[in-house]
Design a protein around this ligand. Structure first.
Ligand code: BGC
Length: 375
């Protein structure tokens, strides 16, 4: 009798394990190709004179929110199957305890974008973005505060269909040791699990959700997690002209994809990692280099039997030439498809967009998306 009970217990455990794994694998695959719809992450657009406790609360409004309706139609028409919605929820809540919403009136804007996306048959990733405000506000991203934020977010969205709505716990944790992030992520997982037991969680590694940090990470003891990474390789190509990524990138010009010719090293880049990257670009700025990197993360996912998701990839359009951007997008879409990795382009509108100035999808970007083919 005892043996039978033990056998039954083992079978139940195993089938839950296998069932759990297949559910999460299926849900990950169903994401396919999508895009980030930035706006609720743009905390830097706050009216700084009215900010309460310096947390940038008033950066969102209904006029801008309503424009996202048309964007979501364009995204669905482009054949995409999900949208990642980065939200700086942290800007709408107090920094100090007891935590409370200071801008509760902004949350229905997010509800609307989620509802419009679902109406267009797009799956939705609700992503907690920029909780640390680029380090400008101390204690904005403590575990306690994030736990509070996630209990509020999970309670608000727990009744949305777990086949269609996913919860991404924290975008690009950085300047945090791997162990500290792991402890924080575990707390967030525990918090959301109690409230939304069936929703799939999306979790990445420290170091800006980097691929190299993820391959060093051990999966969590929860079978309903998709592991995310961001892929901006080769960084000096995807971020040339960017003012926020440091060390001379803002003055960098003329990086093509794939690598051709020589590039002038901006003065601010001399002696910095950017100079080194420019010198290595002949090796790093190739399709093979990108394919090899993506194969590496795929191998990690196979070895650990967990699904992965590329939550951000793209290129800044300020100074890069259009054809290079398209060639870069094309090889990444194609490789992600052949490796069966679901992925989200950064970003539908804004500086990394695939649209021209009249909001029409650039033809060679359309072709690039079509390169994403899974079995
Ligand atoms: C940030 C954006 C930035 C993008 C590319 C995202 O995670 O939120 O502000 O433009 O990465 O650097």
């Amino acid at each position: 009798m005892k043996n039978k009970i033990l056998l039954l217990a083992i079978c139940t455990l195993l089938s839950n394990h296998i069932l759990g794994q297949s559910i999460v694998q299926k849900r990950a695959k169903s994401l396919g190709i999508g895009t980030n719809l930035s706006y609720f992450d743009n905390y830097w657009n706050a009216n700084k004179t009215t900010k309460i406790e310096k947390h940038f609360g008033d950066f969102a409004n209904w006029t801008e929110t309503n424009k996202r309706k048309a964007r979501l139609t364009e995204i669905a028409n482009a054949g995409m199957t999900h949208v990642r919605v980065p939200v700086c929820f942290g800007a709408w809540a107090s920094i100090k305890e007891p935590y409370r919403w200071d801008f509760a009136e902004n949350i229905p804007m997010v509800d609307s974008v989620i509802a419009w996306a679902l109406q267009r048959n797009l799956k939705v990733l609700i992503d907690l973005h920029h909780t640390e405000f680029d380090g400008s506000i101390p204690n904005a991203a403590t575990t306690k505060r994030l736990v509070w934020l996630w209990s509020e977010i999970a309670n608000r969205y727990k009744n949305l269909d777990p086949e269609k709505v996913f919860f991404e716990l924290r975008n690009e944790p950085h300047d945090i040791p791997a162990e500290t992030w792991r402890l924080q992520a575990q707390e967030l997982i525990n918090t959301v699990r109690k409230i939304a037991p069936n929703h799939t969680l999306v979790v990445g590694a420290e170091d800006w959700n980097g691929l190299d940090a993820l391959v060093k990470m051990k999966p969590f003891d929860d079978k309903n997690i998709i592991y995310t990474f961001h892929f901006y390789d080769p960084f000096i190509f995807t971020h040339q002209g960017a003012t926020w990524a440091g060390d001379g990138l803002s003055d960098l010009r003329g990086i093509t994809f794939p690598a051709t010719g020589t590039v002038t090293i901006p003065e601010k880049a001399v002696g910095k990692w950017v100079e080194k990257s420019i010198k290595n670009y002949v090796n790093d700025g190739t399709s093979e280099a990108l394919i090899n990197r993506l194969k590496k993360i795929k191998q990690w996912s196979v070895d650990n039997k967990v699904p992965i998701f590329c939550g951000e990839f793209g290129s800044y359009n300020k100074v890069s030439d259009k054809d290079s951007r398209c060639r870069h997008a094309q090889i990444i879409f194609r490789t992600l498809g052949s490796l069966e990795i679901p992925a989200s382009w950064w970003e539908w509108d804004g500086g990394f967009k695939m649209l021209d100035n009249s909001n029409t999808l650039i033809p060679c970007m359309k072709e690039a998306i079509a390169e994403y083919k899974t079995k």
